[in-house]
Design a protein. Structure first.
Lengths: 283, 250
């Protein structure tokens, strides 16, 4: 029997719609469960107190602060290097095999599993450079992991600045560097920031890269310098779920909710910046 | 007096030769028009004069271009000084996504001028010269991309004037404008030639006939004919020129 084209179309649409629904279901379920089971745990004390009783009670303050320190450290390292590399690749590098090699390397860097970054960070920063397990080692490791994201986003943002702006500036006798500094970068900045925040939010949620480089199992005080270890939310969550017996579900889900919330806030900022940029952009 | 002399200029994009042995002398404070069919090399020639072709990979140039007697393709030429002296107006108006004031102040600022009063004076003079001052003097902080296309193109000319060039290169400056706006920009060019040496590339033969003092006709990378505009349009020496200006091809 032949199906009429109308029926075929209906069937195709239903499958397409179904696929789209399947995509959002896990997101909704995850959020629903986290909020339902985690929200009761969240109060002022949970967010601002040190953990007590072998992390079964008290708060998760050092883990929150640890993650914030790591995020800041990662921004400080990865943002300048990533943006400078992107500027070089877009504005200065000639199209030759050397540039292509760099680009292939960046793509491959993006595909490396995060646990490999963790081991690499331990080998290079913790042991070889003797930074020890520290915020410095952890931030550097996370930075290397998100560099491809920042470079790719920055390259795209830089290339999307119209050629006519560059030509207008160069034709006024403005040097290439000044043109980049005063015309290209300001117009690429929103795109660069969006990419950076998305990279950072990934860094905030990763466990493997910080496992051997910075994360402390239990450290009920704040780090004093970048050479100290610190707790971090993803690793703390892992510890609570697998390493410590008799932790109430409430605390586990509360921790997960805080982590997801933090990542969500970062992504939300990225979306806000992007939509603000779209509303302002008139070229 | 000759402001610019182009001698035996050849330009190659990779293996393709886009300009073939071009020789031309541009007189000071005149309007020189370059006409010819698409792809004849007129824009390429224009872009040699401020070395904008340097931006394109694989371009090779032989020959000389003398501006005020010195060869701009000399190794020791300061590109920044050259482009301050030889400015360019583009086909599509391309103001920066900044305020009107910041657009015009951009050149002087990047060249190191910080004094607000001097900048204001430069902006006023530049806008007055393109007849935008009266219309825009109370709106200097407005966003430049919201102006009409004609005003944007005037703004781009004012932005150029602010860096005090001697030579103004115009690459089809009216092709994005309607006929009324085109007429106004042409009037402006006519006034500006008192102060600047102007070279204009145009598709529009009437425009070349209306505004220019000298006209060069180009075809397939060669300068076929060059002379006084009236003569080129009324009694061209070359058969190809005559065929082009009478619209037999183009």
């Amino acid at each position: 029997m032949r199906i009429s084209s109308k029926t075929a179309q209906k069937i195709a649409f239903s499958f397409l719609g179904l696929a789209a629904v399947i995509v959002i279901v896990p997101v909704i379920v995850i959020f629903a469960i986290l909020i339902q089971k985690g929200l009761p745990a969240i109060n002022w004390q949970f967010l601002t107190a040190m953990p007590r009783m072998g992390m079964r009670a008290g708060g998760i303050f050092p883990a929150i602060m640890g993650t914030i320190y790591l995020v800041l450290g990662t921004i400080v390292v990865a943002l300048p290097i990533g943006v400078l590399a992107a500027i070089y690749l877009v504005e200065y590098a000639r199209r030759n095999w050397w540039t292509r090699m760099i680009e292939v390397a960046i793509v491959n860097l993006a595909g490396v599993p995060s646990v490999v970054y963790g081991l690499f960070g331990m080998g290079l920063f913790v042991i070889f450079l003797k930074f020890g397990a520290s915020i410095l080692s952890g931030s550097l490791t996370l930075s290397i992991m998100i560099l491809p994201v920042i470079i790719t986003a920055s390259k795209e943002a830089l290339s999307s600045v119209p050629r006519s702006f560059r030509e207008a500036s160069l034709a006024l006798g403005v040097s290439k560097w000044q043109t980049i500094r005063y015309v290209v970068l300001p117009n690429a900045l929103p795109g660069i920031l969006t990419g950076t925040i998305l990279g950072i939010s990934r860094a905030a949620g990763e466990t493997a890269p910080i496992l051997f480089t910075v994360a402390a199992f239990y450290l009920p005080r704040l780090p004093k310098s970048i050479f100290d270890q610190c707790m971090a939310l993803p690793y703390h969550l892992y510890v609570l779920s697998t390493q410590v017996p008799n932790v109430s579900q409430k605390v586990q889900y509360g921790t997960a909710l805080v982590l997801v919330g933090l990542v969500f806030i970062l992504n939300f900022f990225a979306v806000v910046i992007r939509s603000y940029m779209r509303s302002k952009k008139q070229w | 007096m000759n402001k610019i002399e182009i001698q035996n200029l050849n330009l190659f994009y990779g293996t393709f030769q886009a300009l073939i042995d071009v020789n031309i002398a541009i007189e000071e404070k005149m309007i020189t028009a370059l006409i010819g069919p698409s792809g004849c090399g007129k824009s390429t020639l224009l872009r040699c004069l401020n070395r904008m072709n340097d931006l394109i990979d694989g371009v090779r140039i032989t020959g000389k271009i003398l501006v005020d007697g010195s060869n701009i393709y000399d190794a020791k030429t300061d590109l920044i000084e050259l482009r301050k002296k030889v400015g360019m107006v583009f086909q599509r108006p391309n103001p920066f996504p900044l305020s009107i004031f910041d657009n015009i102040a951009y050149g002087p600022r990047t060249h190191g001028l910080k004094n607000r009063n001097e900048l204001e004076e430069i902006v006023e003079n530049a806008l007055s010269r393109v007849h935008l001052w009266d219309a825009l003097k109370d709106k200097l902080d407005r966003f430049a991309l919201n102006l009409s296309l004609e005003q944007q193109q005037r703004l781009c000319i004012a932005r150029l004037i602010a860096v005090t060039p001697d030579v103004v290169l115009m690459d089809e400056p009216c092709s994005a404008l309607d006929p009324v706006a085109t007429g106004k920009i042409e009037e402006l060019m006519y006034e500006l030639k008192r102060h600047y040496t102007i070279l204009i590339v145009t598709h529009n033969m009437q425009q070349a006939a209306r505004v220019s003092d000298r006209t060069g006709f180009m075809l397939l990378g060669k300068l076929m004919e060059y002379g006084e505009t009236g003569q080129v349009f009324t009694s061209p020496k070359e058969k190809k020129t005559e065929e082009y200006i009478t619209g037999r091809y183009g």
